[in-house]
Design a protein around this ligand. Structure first.
Ligand SMILES: Nc1nc2c(c(=O)[nH]1)N[C@H]1C(S)=C(S)[C@@H](COP(=O)(O)OP(=O)(O)OC[C@H]3O[C@@H](n4cnc5c(=O)[nH]c(N)nc54)[C@H](O)[C@@H]3O)O[C@H]1N2
Ligand SMILES: Nc1nc2c(c(=O)[nH]1)N[C@H]1C(S)=C(S)[C@@H](COP(=O)(O)OP(=O)(O)OC[C@H]3O[C@@H](n4cnc5c(=O)[nH]c(N)nc54)[C@H](O)[C@@H]3O)O[C@H]1N2
Ligand code: SF4
Ligand SMILES: [Mo]
Length: 718
């Protein structure tokens, strides 16, 4: 028997936790956290310790699959699959043009460093404008806000230098969401947060649940779900009324203070606090604490970006940073690391709002391109559109749109009606089950990789290289290699990493391509490879913000006309809501507001297939104990949740950390059920949510949080 110990890192989420893998005769016997890892110091979550199961579970595909009849797939050799897919794609493009082919990228396209660059290069050579991703069922409001407000060229301040930070609707101690999204450290967050707090960092958390993060807050505003826009309008009202903003910064970079003051005038702290269900004093105290700074930002996660008025909520959160001047100034360190990537001293100035979606292409559903993407909920519309270049073929990389997007059945029906659906996926996901080809990729522990792709999310100049830990099964292919070979089979080259990968040239190895991507690294890849636990490279210290370019005239647009109009609409919505409540004083709305939540044991739908990872009951519905009692329910009861758009079943569990009136579930569950979620698999909340009602303008973002549901006796047999 040969025993081996190998060092690597987890590739399921950006936390890239260091792992120690123990093998006996080539079989993984145990995975633990790597105590010697430079940043994660032994921390992992349960998913990381199960990482080998993602490679070895019987459910994992070891060969690519071809559909032979609806619901029936057979193994297909990769050369055959590539040849057939290339021929069909070429035919569709020749007959109907490149826009008849669409792309959907999901989260797992981002976690192998070569997958996304090759996907985007492949996409460029196809030349289609119909690109979709999970971002438009996630935080598309951030793109809208930047396009309307403008952004700071030198990026964000760093938590490590901050005195105060306000986290809105994010729980990075579970989600590990950090970097440019929230500013939270992606590595070993729990310990890092404790260290920053000991240094004096003060925390404000806005969340309807007393989350792991909220228990560590100096001020927790436990708002009514879906009321963020009103809260931050009130927040800005107080900031401006009390003169707590940075007048000098605004005079130079955000001149329309009077416009903003007028736009938030209706949102007095009393009104905002009443709408949000918090104490007025707490709101005012949060404003004063934040304003005192002098450093630190307000950042939002999925909470404010998935609810009603999400574009507005995100605009107001970012505007708080603008009026308080909370950006790196000339000579201050930039956030984000660059060890394998290149670093540039970005100027301390504004990049003007461009509202890019207003120009150029419009989809048949009427949307412009937001960051070169169309709304994911409109994919079924683009498939059904009465146009010659309607979406006829779809390529999915690292995503599971059948389960990720509200209106689950609508999406499954749309995907099923495609002329060609290809997904690269190690599992027979719901999307794979209706696909014509399922390409079986190399799995996490089977590929060498570097941490390059995560550097923009890091706050420390850290880098790690990992070799492949396990051999890949014969029949699988690297995501990037499939895309390159598919392009070649279509007679096209891919251009990336300063190279042209032309048809007929020798097929590079993954290590060759990783080298090519490291050509301009600040620390040579060869040196990084000498640190099996990863290392912090002081030679790659953060660069400092450069002075603004002479003559720059760009400024933030803090109160554009559409934001004004949205605030007016919100004020009216608030007034109507208050009126309805007064009218119904005797018969209050019994419905709960269903909110989003991340579960430690799964990463969206990843992990739902791994035995021993998912707890029982799968995807329970959490309800405050007082609400359970009011509804006559007990822990463990099966219930039906009914929204205006659908109904699902779940098991209720008490959760005293919730605000009363809220219920919370996670997403990504639902198992193999194409017509309904099978018992025991956990239900998909996307059967409750609408892909057509209450969409946000510009982004087409649906409502995923703060959705009214009635909770009652189960309507289906167990
Ligand atoms: N109701 C509700 N819906 C939501 C959300 C919510 O909060 N509530 N959250 C939304 C958010 S934020 C997001 S990001 C989306 C997620 O949307 P998606 O990214 O579309 O969904 P995932 O479940 O992450 O899909 C990842 C897929 O990649 C596959 N995969 C795993 N490893 C690999 C690999 O190495 N290569 C390839 N090619 N594939 C791999 C997995 O098997 C899985 O099928 O869901 C959204 N949907
Ligand atoms: N373990 C695990 N980690 C993950 C994922 C996963 O599925 N599992 N998914 C990954 C993905 S794709 C993403 S996008 C990130 C998301 O990362 P986060 O945005 O940090 O996700 P959550 O931890 O769900 O935090 C969202 C918080 O918003 C709160 N919330 C709900 N509704 C509202 C509201 O109306 N207003 C406010 N202010 N708050 C509200 C919820 O109570 C919750 O605490 O996580 C990533 N990490
Ligand atoms: S999934 Fe868990 S173990 Fe893996 S990187 Fe993320 S937090 Fe770390
Ligand atoms: Mo996400």
């Amino acid at each position: 028997m040969t025993s081996e110990t190998k060092f690597t890192y987890c590739r399921l989420c950006p936390a890239t936790c260091g792992l120690v893998v123990q093998l006996s005769d080539g079989v993984v016997t145990k995975i633990t956290g790597d105590e010697e890892h430079a940043l994660t110091r032994g921390f992992t979550c349960t998913k990381g310790r199960h990482l080998a199961d993602f490679c070895t579970t019987p459910a994992r595909l070891r060969e690519s699959q071809r559909k032979v009849a609806p619901g029936r797939h057979e193994p297909v050799a990769i050369d055959v699959a590539i040849g057939e897919i290339a021929a069909r794609l070429s035919d569709i493009i020749d007959t109907h043009g490149p826009d008849a082919v669409a792309l959907y990228t999901g989260t797992q396209a981002a976690y192998a460093s070569l997958t996304l660059p090759f996907t985007l290069a492949f996409w460029k050579t196809i030349g289609s404008r119909k690109k979709f991703s999970s971002m438009t069922v996630d935080q598309a409001a951030k793109w809208v806000a930047e396009g309307r407000l403008g952004r700071w060229a030198a990026g964000s301040q760093r938590l490590a230098d901050a005195n105060v930070w306000m986290f809105v609707g994010t729980n990075p101690l579970v989600s590990m969401q950090g970097g440019y999204f929230t500013g939270f450290p992606i590595h070993d967050g729990m310990r890092r947060l404790a260290e920053e707090k000991r240094r004096g960092l003060q925390l404000i958390v806005v969340d309807p649940r007393r989350t792991e993060l909220a228990t560590r807050a100096d001020i927790h505003l436990q708002i009514i779900p879906g009321t963020d826009a009103a809260l931050f309008a009130g927040f800005l009202h107080v900031l401006l009324a009390e003169g707590l903003f940075d007048g000098e910064f605004c005079a130079r970079w955000a001149p329309d203070i009077d416009g903003l003051r007028a736009a938030v005038a209706a949102f007095t702290p009393r009104t905002a606090a009443a709408v949000c269900g918090v104490a007025e004093d707490d709101l005012v105290a949060a404003v004063r604490l934040f304003a005192r700074g002098p450093r630190g930002m307000a950042t939002g996660g999925t909470g404010p970006d998935m609810g009603p008025f999400s574009n507005l909520a995100e605009h107001l959160i970012q505007t708080i940073n603008v009026v308080c001047g909370r950006f790196p100034q000339e000579g201050e360190p930039l956030a984000g690391a660059a060890v394998l990537g290149s670093a540039k001293a970005l100027p301390a100035e504004v990049i003007a709002p461009d509202r890019h979606w207003q120009q150029g292409f419009r989809s048949s559903a009427g949307y412009g391109l937001l960051n070169a993407e169309l709304p994911a909920v409109t994919l079924p519309d683009e498939i059904a559109a009465p146009a010659d270049d309607r979406v006829r073929a779809l390529i999915v990389v690292g995503g599971n749109p059948a389960v990720a997007v509200p209106g689950k059945q609508r999406m499954i029906d749309g995907l099923s009606s495609l002329e060609l659906l290809v997904t690269i996926d190690p599992f027979m996901s719901e999307t794979a089950q209706v696909a014509d080809y399922v390409i079986a990729p190399v799995s996490h522990l089977e590929r060498p990789d570097t941490t390059r792709a995560y550097e923009s999310l890091m706050d420390t100049p850290f880098a790690q290289y990992t070799p492949a830990i396990l051999p890949a099964p014969q029949g699988v292919i690297d995501d990037w290699q499939f895309l390159l070979r598919l392009a070649w089979a279509m007679g096209r080259s891919l251009k990336l990493a300063g190279r042209e990968f032309a048809p007929g040239s020798p097929l590079p190895s993954t290590d060759d391509v990783l080298e090519a991507f490291a050509a301009r690294a600040r620390v040579p890849l060869a040196e990084i490879k000498q640190h099996p636990h990863g290392a912090v490279f002081e030679a790659a210290a953060p660069v400092q913000a450069a002075p603004p370019q002479p003559g720059t005239t760009a400024v933030f647009d803090i109160a554009p006309a559409d934001v004004h109009a949205e605030l007016a609409a919100l004020a009216q919505h608030v007034a109507e809501h208050a009126q309805r409540q007064a009218d119904a004083a005797g018969a209050p709305d019994e419905r709960l507001l269903l909110i989003v939540r991340r579960a430690k044991e799964v990463m969206n739908s990843n992990g739902t297939q791994i035995a021993g990872l998912v707890r029982t009951p799968a995807n329970p519905c959490h309800v405050h104990p007082a609400d359970l009692q009011r509804l006559g329910l007990a822990a463990g009861d099966r219930v039906s949740l009914t929204s205006d758009h659908g109904s699902i079943d779940a098991v209720v569990l008490p959760d005293p950390t919730l605000r009363q009136g809220a219920a919370s579930m996670t997403h990504g569950f639902g198992g193999a059920g194409l017509d309904g979620d099978p018992p025991g698999a956990g239900t998909s909340t996307n059967r409750l949510l609408s892909a057509v009602a209450d969409l946000q303008p510009i982004s087409g973002m649906p409502m995923l949080t703060a959705v009214p549901v009635s909770v009652g006796p189960p309507q289906r047999p167990a």
